[in-house]
Design a protein around this ligand. Structure first.
Ligand code: MG
Length: 631
């Protein structure tokens, strides 16, 4: 999206602190400018490590069209005994020199954490007044921010009280959503501060964690909409004050430091558009209303197309169509459609070359594709169009952060399915063992969970479920499901720090993220799995010890256990209902299918995930050993 388009969307200048982005200072500035930020906060450490003068930084920003809003941070200034006090004033003068060279008039001064600082508000006020007076002589301003872990003044009300008593036009208040919301402080009173005394506003979200606030802030901040703090309520209060300055992102996050600056910058701008839409400050098209998954498309070559077709047939799918102009085959069962794409020189064949046999597109049913696309574009997600043949219907699509296509299929006015346009159909009818797609689980590259959460939350209006930690034999998997409003679309997202877990292997061996399993619903899992096994479907064998454990844990009787065990079914129960499921063997070491029956239960069988992953790991090892013996 061009910056010009973005400016049409927002009345407020949008900025980002250089500390939020990875790379060299040049890379950070270019990433911020390219995506369309108006300004940056120059973080002192980025300047100290820059091989050039502050004037060079100013020129770089001028060339990129970026404003330098602020220089930060200035720490441990106020209420110090001599000789620190005099030294601090000298230090301020030197930083004022730097600011003038940078061409910015504002410095962020955060309240003190220094062990020698004196608990004396009058001293603090006098010091800030002296600093403001010195800044004023040079046409500069100071903004005071209350650090959540500062020794004496960690709440915005305390700092606002000090700023009022400093009573100097060149001294104002800076508020930061993390410092306010991490302490559980109420931001609503910020609305009553005169807007011109709010000198700057910084935004950061965070997951709710129980740890000391300094470590929390330094490592786990993220963009508004990625965490659990009420950033929207905070922005509402700030704008109600009449504040007209930048909304700026200041994020300290270990994952962001390891991610390409351009990706992070796009997420950042997306978060600022999203947070403004949440409070009605920006008017975006409403998120789509979803009605489940229309189809899953697999990138294949002719060999894997046939093998996958056989696997689907054992699961009760029927081959019902051939594409009119491409090497694409359609399988169906119930409401589930599987598209096997082996067309040469297509985006599917590119996907196959890069990732092997894999899901290259997910099609979701939406009420209005046009509105969904308009919202996606407003949130910096470009749409994507596949080349189409004569008479074929063009299906609108957006790209997920990993490049997977997400098609948006809306009901046709004449009631025709999208398959009638593009395929020669030959459904022979017959019973269905499976009804619908229950969930589609993806493996994410390390450090990218927040990015995906923001994508699905902002563009599709999904909600993020709590994070589960699932023990794999070779490391820990973190899993978080994104759900559409009515839960017709469920997308568990899995991420692993270890390359040795099933998720980690998947991401490293197959060049990036992707779908690693798909679950289908049934209303009678005993009949469905028995029939599939009779057709030759191969399910993951579950160890006998598992059944001893669930018998004791859930109080199941011998007959129930025997029924489950006979078919290698897994069982879970919570206060809402029962979940019974089974996993197929992995297809070409790539992905697998799951059959599920939910009776009121709305989780994903998390307690059984470690059993599944342990069996899969054993079978991978056995397969490797088998391969060696054959060789
Ligand atoms: Mg801050």
């Amino acid at each position: 999206m061009s910056p010009a388009f973005r400016h049409a969307l927002t009345r407020h200048p949008l900025s980002i602190a250089t500390v939020s982005l990875a790379g060299t200072l040049q890379e950070k500035l270019e990433a911020a400018a390219n995506i369309g930020f108006d300004g940056v906060e120059i973080f002192e450490n980025d300047l100290l490590t820059f091989d050039g003068t502050p004037e060079d930084v100013r020129r770089m920003c001028d060339d990129l069209g970026l404003n330098i809003d602020i220089f930060q941070p200035f720490r441990d200034f106020e209420a110090m005994p001599e000789p620190f006090r005099s030294r601090n004033l000298d230090r301020a003068e030197r930083k004022f020199d730097v600011m003038q060279a940078l061409g910015t008039d504002l410095v962020l001064v955060c309240t003190t954490t220094h062990p020698a600082a004196i608990d004396d508000t009058e001293r603090a006020i006098a010091d800030f007044r002296e600093m403001a007076e010195r800044a004023a002589r040079r046409g500069l301003r100071i903004g005071v921010e209350g650090l959540a872990w500062s020794r004496f003044n960690n709440r915005w009300r305390q700092v606002w009280d000090i700023v009022q008593r400093v009573d100097h036009p060149n001294c104002g208040l800076i508020v930061d959503s993390f410092h306010t919301l991490s302490l559980g402080d109420d931001p609503s009173g910020i609305a009553r501060i005169p807007g011109e005394k709010l000198f700057y506003v910084q935004l950061a979200d965070a997951p709710k964690l129980s740890m000391d606030v300094l470590s929390w802030s330094r490592h786990f901040r993220n963009f508004p909409g990625q965490g659990q703090l009420d950033c929207a309520g905070f922005v509402r209060a700030v704008l109600d004050s009449g504040y007209g300055g930048p909304l700026s992102l200041e994020i300290f996050n270990d994952d962001f430091r390891a991610t390409q600056a351009r990706l992070t910058a796009r997420d950042g701008l997306r978060s600022l558009v999203f947070v403004q839409s949440q409070i009605g400050e920006l008017d975006l098209p409403a998120p789509p209303v979803f009605d489940g998954v229309e189809f899953l498309e697999f990138a294949c070559d002719p060999t894997t197309r046939d093998a996958l077709g056989n696997t689907l047939t054992t699961m009760g799918f029927r081959r019902i169509g051939e594409h009119r102009s491409k090497d694409v085959t359609l399988y169906r069962q119930g409401r589930i459609h599987m598209v096997l794409n082996a067309e040469q020189d297509s985006s599917a064949s590119e996907h196959f070359l890069l990732h092997g046999p894999s899901v290259c597109a997910i099609a979701l049913r939406v009420d209005s594709a046009a509105r969904a696309l308009a919202r996606a574009r407003a949130l910096l997600c470009p749409d994507w169009q596949e080349r189409i043949g004569e008479g074929e219907r063009r299906i609108p699509a957006v790209r997920a952060p990993d490049g997977t296509l997400i098609y948006l299929v809306e009901p046709n006015a004449e009631g025709r399915s999208i398959f009638e346009d593009d395929f020669i159909l030959s459904d022979t009818g017959g019973e269905s063992l499976l009804g619908d797609v229950d969930h589609v689980a993806q493996a994410l590259p390390t450090g990218r969970m927040d990015s995906y959460v923001l994508f699905y939350r902002s563009i599709f209006g999904f909600t993020a479920q709590p994070t589960f930690e699932l023990p794999d034999p070779y490391g820990l998997i973190r899993s978080r499901a994104m759900l559409s409003v009515d839960a017709t679309v469920r997308l568990p997202l899995n991420i692993s720090e270890s390359r040795e877990t099933a998720t980690g292997r998947f991401v490293s061996a197959f060049a990036g993220a992707g779908v690693h399993h798909m679950a289908f619903s049934t209303t009678d899992i005993y009949a469905a799995v028995a029939e599939m096994r009779a057709k030759g479907a191969r399910f993951l064998p579950i160890p006998a010890n598992y059944y001893d454990d669930i018998a004791a844990r859930h109080g199941l009787d011998d007959a129930e256990i025997a029924k489950l065990q006979a078919l290698d079914l897994l069982y879970d129960r919570d206060d809402k209902g029962v979940f019974i499921h089974a996993f197929t063997e992995t297809f070409e070491d790539r992905f697998f299918f799951e059959v599920v029956q939910r009776d009121g239960y709305d989780g994903f069988g998390a307690p059984n995930a470690s059993v599944r992953m342990a069996v899969q790991a054993q079978r991978r090892e056995a397969a490797k050993l088998g391969a060696r013996l054959v060789l």
